[in-house]
Write a protein that binds this ligand. Structure first.
Ligand SMILES: Cc1cc2nc3c(=O)[nH]c(=O)nc-3n(C[C@H](O)[C@H](O)[C@H](O)COP(=O)(O)OP(=O)(O)OC[C@H]3O[C@@H](n4cnc5c(N)ncnc54)[C@H](O)[C@@H]3O)c2cc1C
Length: 463
């Protein structure tokens, strides 16, 4: 279909299929129609619901301030599309350009967008995971079920894993007046994403709000009662926590299994794409008709040495969806790279946390404003002499300034004076990230190397 007039014809009567009908899928569909795509659009989603928003699930929904069925994503415009909801895509035939569905149907496409995101990593022991009272939190149904159980007033809740989601859940439970234990394998909450210096503040916040925080321990087993309800958890330090609700918050797994054997460069680390969201095949050759966006994509980022980044960030899903949609409809010279600086927010224990750049790439950290003690500060992260990320605790209005430093690859440590710079802001210190080879609760940003196809080559010397 490539050639003179191809694009015009494609825009008029082409077929676009989007797999994954959530944030990235919906925003891409809206952009395609905004940009005048008049052909057929099919949205395939395995969840039965219209696209909804996930961040409120660990915040307003658990607090009982909104119900899970009120989280529908606001529409930017109406989208004329065929919606195939409640049915998963189970296979891809790249040569025939067809997506296979779980109900046996096949949907042909001229261009395909994959936005299948991630799912919660379950508790690894299946029998224990199935105990009544053991939850994960990723979907609207998870949120509704967990909110119902919390409203019953369990005597104690155990959260396993203190990443962003686990910490937000613990915060919501405390706000509801529930007794909470948090078990975290690392040295502090949020340590994988923000390092030990800022993680120590997150630990103080949890303890000040009455969380029974246990770090440096692993949950080794869950125990149920005779009726199959969870009643206790056993920890690696020999202790036992009695809990009626256990929330497993161990990070996420990318939804790429359905692409196995398709020939696409997809695997457990996501779908490898070029900077314009075009997917690579398994040989590392870029396809021209398959795109990926959102949590499932891994794209090279110019600000981070063109290493492949996987981001589980709301803003990233929106911006990649826009770029992918634009590029699907554009001549190669008009295509755009995805260059947006990563950004993330979280609210927990009354504190508004926002980050720009990729703090977890930093080796050193400097508190340039405020103070750790007051839990109100800006931490700037440095990597090889440049500013690579910044995190604000209750100080977000300054972040655009730090974002500009990241975009300019400004030198680290930054030299500017600030009125509220304290003694701890005079010298950078080790940021305190755990050894990346040690598994953690699953950071929401993952650097996944350079090779698009994840192949290993061996060079043997010629004789
Ligand atoms: C509880 C929670 C709180 C969060 N809070 C924040 C926050 O405060 N700030 C922030 O920046 N980000 C937050 N996030 C992350 C943010 O929600 C994600 O980055 C965003 O949802 C990614 O959108 P996506 O469309 O790429 O993927 P998803 O939202 O994961 O959507 C993918 C969709 O594809 C479907 N799918 C998967 N496989 C198939 C298949 N084979 N066939 C058909 N459909 C399939 C999935 O079921 C899902 O509906 C939070 C996430 C959660 C779960």
């Amino acid at each position: 279909m490539i050639g003179d007039g191809f694009l015009e014809r494609f825009r008029r009567e082409g077929r676009i299929v989007v797999v994954g009908a959530s944030l990235a899928g919906l925003r891409a569909a809206e952009t395609l129609r905004d940009k005048g795509f008049a052909g057929s659009l099919t949205m395939i989603g395995d969840e039965p619901h219209e696209p909804y928003d996930r961040p409120p699930l660990s915040k307003q929904v658990l607090l009982g301030r909104a119900t899970a069925d009120r989280t529908a994503l606001p529409r930017r415009r109406s989208v004329d599309a065929t919606w195939r909801l409640g049915v998963p895509a189970t296979g891809l035939d790249m040569a025939a350009r067809r997506v296979r569905l779980g109900d046996g149907d096949e949907v042909p496409y001229d261009r395909l967008l994959i936005a299948t995101g991630v799912r919660a990593r379950p508790w690894p022991r299946e029998e224990e995971a199935e105990l009544d009272g053991v939850f994960v939190l990723r979907t609207r149904d998870d949120g509704a079920a967990l909110a119902r159980r919390l409203a019953e007033g369990p005597k104690r809740v155990l959260v396993i894993g203190a990443g962003f989601t686990g910490s937000e859940i613990a915060s919501a439970c405390r706000e509801r007046g529930l007794a909470v234990t948090v078990a975290e394998r690392g040295a502090a909450p949020l340590v994988g994403a923000l390092g030990g210096v800022v993680g120590a503040v997150a630990a103080e916040l949890q303890r000040e709000h009455g969380v029974d925080l246990r770090c440096g321990v692993m949950v080794t087993a869950l125990e149920g009662d005779a009726s199959g309800r969870v009643r206790a958890a056993h920890l690696s330090d020999g202790s036992t926590v009695e809990a009626e609700v256990v929330i497993v918050s161990l990070g996420a797994t990318r939804n790429t299994e359905w692409l196995a054997g398709s020939g696409l460069g997809a695997g457990p680390r996501g779908i490898a794409c070029d900077a314009g969201c075009r997917a690579f095949d398994f040989r590392g050759i870029v396809t021209d008709d398959i795109y990926a966006a959102g949590d499932v994509a891994r794209c090279p980022h110019p600000l981070f040495g063109y290493q492949f980044l996987s981001l589980e960030h709301w803003g990233n899903a929106v911006s990649q969806a826009g770029i992918a949609a634009h590029n699907m409809l554009s001549e190669s010279t008009d295509r755009l790279p995805h260059m947006e600086v990563p950004a993330f927010w979280s609210s927990q224990f009354g504190v508004n946390i926002k980050s720009v750049g990729v703090p977890s790439l930093g080796t050193q950290v400097l508190i340039t404003q405020g103070s750790l003690e007051e839990h109100r500060f800006i931490a700037v992260y440095g990597y090889q002499g440049r500013v690579i990320g910044a995190v604000a605790f209750d100080n977000a209005r300054w972040l655009p300034f730090y974002q500009e430093l990241i975009e300019r690859t400004a030198p680290f440590p930054p030299q500017f004076p600030t009125v509220d710079r304290r003694a701890e802001g005079q010298r950078p210190v080790d940021a305190g990230f755990p050894d990346p080879s040690v598994p953690s609760h699953g950071p929401t940003v993952t650097l996944s190397g350079y090779s698009p196809a994840d192949r290993r080559m061996t060079f043997t010397p010629a004789h």
